[in-house]
Ligand binder design. Structure first.
Ligand code: SF4
Length: 367
């Protein structure tokens, strides 16, 4: 073989394309591809074929290579010398020493008190699905550590959505293109799920009416057709008020509710206590605005209600999420982006569309 040919082959062999996923806790779950040459990553980009990523990464993640090879980056474990406090001093140590020291301390605890004496109080951050939900769980299970719900930001809404639908179901991102009305509630996808935005814009171009419900004037709100700004923590009352109008004006779909839900008559009785005037006092949203939105929701099909963690980070947050999740029981669809990275079934993109069937909802409520 000629020298040039051999060199060319060696060069090719030393270059690898590594497929990966964005490690951020983000509903888009972008696919990435990294070009690695002689053990060094030289190019990091979006996977063009991924249906949600669509060949682009957000500004947080695009410069990843600069961060990975940033000379100031901490690259070795450090041990604190002396007591905690302002005068902390640190000395470098090897990975073997660091792991050995931690493992030794844990083994001492386990031998003395049992594995349950260790509580893995942790949640998310810059962790992908594998690290967040699978690899660390194996470690904790293996050592018999205490179990922990682990979600410290979305558990209330996750439980609420499960209680309402029987599981954490959601439609695909692309379903927004079929929607005539899109209500984005307590969620700012322009900043926290940007790959939804081109689809939302396209839906808007096709005539969909976009409503954002958020106390803040977010980037997403600025481009909506309508922006409702309820007082913080009053979303539950607003949801009950919308349902009040839907029932009062006969805009609910009774055959659909009979076939697909349980307890809707009890819900109707409960929301009777939330007429628009009372809800206006609680939320700061004018009664006429509320009525107009309820009418729009009750007469526009298909409509999408898309909500996220923002609505449940208050007292009674779980019940607020439940009230929102009940809105699509008029034959619309809902999309709950709740701690989305940890549960693919709740994501709006990158996962198969999965819906609760009437049978599965009933089974869950009867069990
Ligand atoms: S949009 Fe989300 S999933 Fe995609 S690169 Fe940015 S943080 Fe990662």
């Amino acid at each position: 073989m000629a020298v040039e040919q051999r060199e060319a082959r060696e060069t090719v062999a030393a270059t690898r394309m590594v497929k990966g996923a964005c490690p951020h806790d983000c509903p888009d779950t972008c696919a990435t591809v990294t070009e690695v040459r002689d053990g060094q990553a030289v190019r990091f980009a979006a996977a063009p074929e991924h249906p949600v990523t669509q060949g682009w990464l957000c500004a947080k993640v695009r410069p990843y290579l600069e961060r990975v090879y940033q000379p100031d980056r901490l690259s070795t474990p450090l041990r604190r010398i002396g007591p905690k406090g302002n005068a902390d001093r640190w000395e470098p140590m090897t990975w073997d020493d660091a792991i050995g020291e931690i493992a030794g301390k844990w083994q001492t605890i386990i031998a003395r008190y049992g594995g349950a004496a260790i509580l893995p109080y942790s949640y998310s951050g810059t962790l992908g699905l594998l690290q967040l939900g699978i690899t660390n769980a194996r470690l904790w299970n293996r050592m018999g550590a205490s179990g922990l719900e682990r979600s410290i930001c979305g558990a209330a809404a996750e439980t609420a959505v499960r209680a309402t639908y029987g599981a954490r179901w959601a439609p695909d991102y692309a379903d927004v293109l079929e929607s005539r009305l899109v209500i984005i509630w307590g969620h700012n996808p322009a900043s926290t799920g940007p790959h939804f935005l081109p689809l939302l814009r396209e839906a808007q171009r096709r005539g969909a009416h976009i409503v954002v419900i958020d106390p803040r004037r977010t980037l997403t709100a600025r481009s909506a057709d309508e922006h409702l700004q309820p007082r913080p923590a009053t979303d539950g009352a607003l949801a009950l008020g919308l349902m009040h109008v839907l029932f009062a004006e006969g805009l609910h779909d009774e055959p659909w509710l009979e076939a697909h839900s349980i307890g809707w008559r009890d819900l109707r009785d409960r929301v009777a206590a939330y007429p628009p005037e009372r809800v206006a006092e609680i939320t700061g949203i004018q009664a006429e605005t509320l009525v107009a939105l309820a009418r729009r929701l009750g007469t526009t099909t298909p409509a999408m209600v898309k909500f996220a963690d923002g609505v449940q980070r208050h007292g009674n947050g779980g019940q607020t999420a439940r009230a929102l999740a009940c809105q699509p029981w008029w034959g619309r669809w809902a999309c709950a982006v709740v701690a989305s990275h940890t549960a693919p079934a709740t994501m709006c993109g990158g996962t198969p569309r999965r819906w609760a069937t009437p049978a599965s909802v009933r089974r869950r409520h009867e069990s």
